[in-house]
Design a binder for this molecule. Structure first.
Ligand SMILES: Nc1ncnc2c1ncn2[C@@H]1O[C@H](COP(=O)(O)OP(=O)(O)OP(=O)(O)O)[C@@H](O)[C@H]1O
Ligand SMILES: [Mg+2]
Length: 275
């Protein structure tokens, strides 16, 4: 690349605004100096190195990074599915102390049970967590109706489209009032059009229900358009290279955001990460 072109590229990328993570501002989740290793017969894998991550209440953060760098490891640590080996994770929530109650985790596969109706799938976490009170059942059913599942509550998952199944999975995930929603590539199995619709539904639900959300995705457009802040991870052993603000106007749809954001700048900023 010529010097002139390189300078132009740097200048262009400076337009993206850094999101300052102030450790003195009250975070809902604060991971400090996290490292994570996997051990197997073939040796040690150093997955995460020196991760510092503040997530503020009500924020929608997306995380992008090369395949295999440790994104799933990071959210598994946050959710409490994996035990912290080195470093700390602080959770700031008045009434919930266990990360498993505090955070809800939605995966790529919807993991709906085929022998249970949509209604019974949605209510399952409330049963498991012994939270099946009339108020919580009403909250879950109201959500189902509000987001277009009212006519499908007595159907089996196989009778639903892929997008509707994801919606059921999402409502099931949030029925127990988690404070933080962790989403690990939840849209990657959907076709383009369904994906756009479900992304918008999920964004509406997160904003309307005032949840804090962390989205892991390989799709840069999705990461940028859905989130308030994008965290860029390096290759393994991964750390977070930088946090960038998306500066979307409030109450804009994903289509409006897609038209407004300079996606090519985001692509070059994210893919220029070398270390
Ligand atoms: N249970 C495990 N045992 C051993 N190594 C593992 C285990 N889980 C993950 N790893 C390794 O740790 C590294 C990080 O894995 P992780 O799944 O967190 O990456 P990722 O960024 O989510 O990848 P992808 O983008 O492909 O989903 C990879 O090298 C992976 O092979
Ligand atoms: Mg992963």
């Amino acid at each position: 690349m010529s010097e002139k072109k390189a300078k132009a590229k740097i200048k262009k990328n400076e337009e993206l605004e850094i999101s300052v993570r102030d450790p003195n501002k009250k975070a809902i989740i604060h991971a400090k100096e996290l490292h994570h290793y996997y051990y197997s017969q073939s040796g040690e894998t150093h997955a995460l190195r020196d991760i510092d991550l503040c997530i503020y209440p009500g924020e929608f953060l997306s995380i992008v990074g090369p395949s295999g760098c440790g994104k799933t490891t990071l959210v598994s640590l946050i959710s409490g599915l994996l035990e912290v080996q080195q470093g700390t994770i602080e959770y700031n929530c008045e009434d919930k102390t266990n990360p498993r109650d505090f955070c809800a985790y939605m995966l790529q596969k919807d993991e709906l049970f085929e022998w249970r109706t949509v209604r019974k799938n949605i209510l399952l976490p409330l049963e498991i967590k012994r939270m099946k009170t009339p108020e919580n059942v009403k909250y879950a059913m109201d959500l189902a109706v509000k987001y277009g599942l009212g006519d499908f509550l007595d159907k089996k998952p196989r009778e639903l489209s892929g997008g509707m199944r994801q919606r059921v999975a999402l409502i099931r995930t949030i029925a127990s009032h988690p404070k933080v929603l962790l989403l690990d590539e939840p849209f990657s199995a959907l076709d383009f059009q369904t994906r756009m619709e479900v992304q918008q539904d999920v964004l509406n639900i997160i904003k309307n229900e005032r949840m804090t959300a962390v989205l892991i995705t390989h799709d840069v457009d999705e990461a940028v358009c859905m989130a308030d802040v994008v965290a860029i991870m390096t290759k393994r052993p991964a750390t977070i290279k930088e946090f960038l603000k998306t500066n979307h106007e409030e109450n804009t749809t994903l289509i409006q955001r897609r038209e407004k954001v300079k996606l090519s700048e985001w692509h070059s900023r994210i893919f220029e990460q070398k270390d």
